[in-house]
Design a protein around this ligand. Structure first.
Ligand code: PLP
Length: 399
């Protein structure tokens, strides 16, 4: 038995996906420490609003405990369609068709279904990076090959922002390229594509017949205007775009695991099959909560955004004042992605900041090419906590 292969050598390599995330290592090191301010994961500190929880309870009390629609309950799909029309305006000259929306187990599952449809073994998928690690992780599971396209931090831009060089993206296209993943506003960089940047990406996709997987989950978290530019603003009926969405961030529902995949209704049966043969639907009471959230959550979204803006505006000047910290002020999402002069080893730095500042940050090594020398800090917390974290970090980094 000693010579037997390990079970891990016997399973499919795709099943393992990407290696364990560097964020988990840091979180395991710091979790449970007295007074630690945890800013390593991407979620806010507000509980799900009561009216959303009540909708789930009412559903359970009403006995909605049976199998349900694979595509999502009609009421939720109609609510999503009304929400989209309200926020983005008409699509192709008409209100959004509920048939464009398929309820999923969070954004992650929507992403997984999207990639299943358009990328498999032998296909290349362009991922502008630094990026949310789950894009590359999900591609590992699907068997497709992620091709990271490094973004640049361009000091010549208005606010010294992160920037996706379209020529560089175009240069990465090969005969095997099938998909471009576009996450704007972006985790972790805060890069928020302008309408003309989205147009350039769409033109490239059209030229080469590529799919776009658009992750616009932080589209409402922008600090100028009501929402970020979206592919919805510029697409037409021939474009091949799959949108990933989630209730996690806008409505403080990370633990509920509900989101949606948006695509052309022509793909409806395929999505239904993918759902049927992977998860067989999303719990009805969770879907009722989601419908309540979307229909009644606008003031909550405004409140969260307001808090995030306040927190960002406390954090940025405090860290800048150390003279050692470099970053582009994020235009969207709720992360600060910064580097510290003389500290290239961000894994070590993240561990040291737990010991010396009692603040938990994510090392940039988790976010792929170009992110290694950065740290990610999630500032979606109450401004008082962020002020305290900024004070401690400035002290520790000033040394
Ligand atoms: N997309 C991005 C860019 C994210 O940052 C996240 C979560 O952090 C998700 C998608 C997925 O969120 P969830 O699976 O919680 O819905």
């Amino acid at each position: 038995r000693d010579n037997a292969p390990s079970l891990l050598d016997l399973i499919r390599p795709e099943a393992r996906g990407a290696p364990e995330s560097g964020i988990v290592e840091v979180a395991n090191y710091g979790r449970g420490r007295q007074g630690l301010i945890p800013l390593w994961v991407g979620e806010g500190d507000l509980p799900t609003p009561g009216f959303i929880v009540d909708a789930a309870k009412a559903s359970l009390d009403a006995g909605e405990t049976f199998y349900t629609w694979q595509r999502g309950i009609p009421d939720l799909r109609e609510t999503i369609a009304r929400y989209m029309t309200g926020v983005y305006g008409p699509l192709f000259g008409k209100p959004y068709d509920p048939e464009r929306f398929y309820v999923s187990i969070g954004g992650m599952h929507a992403l997984q279904m999207a990639l299943r449809m358009v990328a498999g073994a032998g296909d290349e998928v362009l991922v502008p990076s630094p990026a949310w690690p789950n894009f590359v992780g999900a591609l590992g599971v699907s068997g497709a090959t992620p091709v990271e396209v490094p973004m640049t931090l361009d000091p010549a831009r208005a606010k010294g922002g992160w920037f996706l060089d379209i020529d560089r993206l175009a240069d990465a296209v090969t005969p095997r390229t099938r998909v471009i993943v576009v996450n704007s506003p972006a985790n972790p960089t805060g890069w928020t594509a302008t309408r003309s940047e989205l147009e350039a990406i769409l033109a490239l996709a059209r030229r080469h017949g590529l799919w776009i997987v658009a992750d616009e989950i932080y589209g409402r978290f922008v600090y100028e205007g009501d929402r970020a530019p979206s592919f919805h603003d510029i697409m037409d009926e021939r474009d091949r775009i799959l949108f990933v969405q989630t209730l996690s961030k806008n409505w403080a529902m990370t633990g509920w695991r509900v989101g949606w995949l948006e695509c052309d209704p022509a793909l409806g049966q395929t999505v239904e099959n993918l759902m049927q043969y992977s998860a067989s639907g999303v719990a009805t009471f969770v879907q009722r909560a989601a419908a309540a959230a979307i229909a009644g959550g606008e003031s909550f979204i405004a409140l969260q955004k307001d808090k995030a803006r306040q927190s960002r505006d406390i954090l940025c000047p405090t860290l800048a004042a150390t003279g050692r910290v470099r970053f582009a002020e994020p235009a969207g999402a709720f992360y600060l992605f910064f580097s510290v002069e003389g500290e290239p080893d961000t894994r070590r730095l993240a561990l040291r900041l737990i010991d010396e500042a009692n603040v938990g940050l994510a090392p940039g090594t988790a976010f792929g090419a170009g992110g290694e020398s950065y740290m990610r800090l999630c500032f979606a917390r109450n401004p008082a906590d962020i002020a305290e974290a900024a004070r401690r970090l400035a002290l520790a980094l000033g040394r």
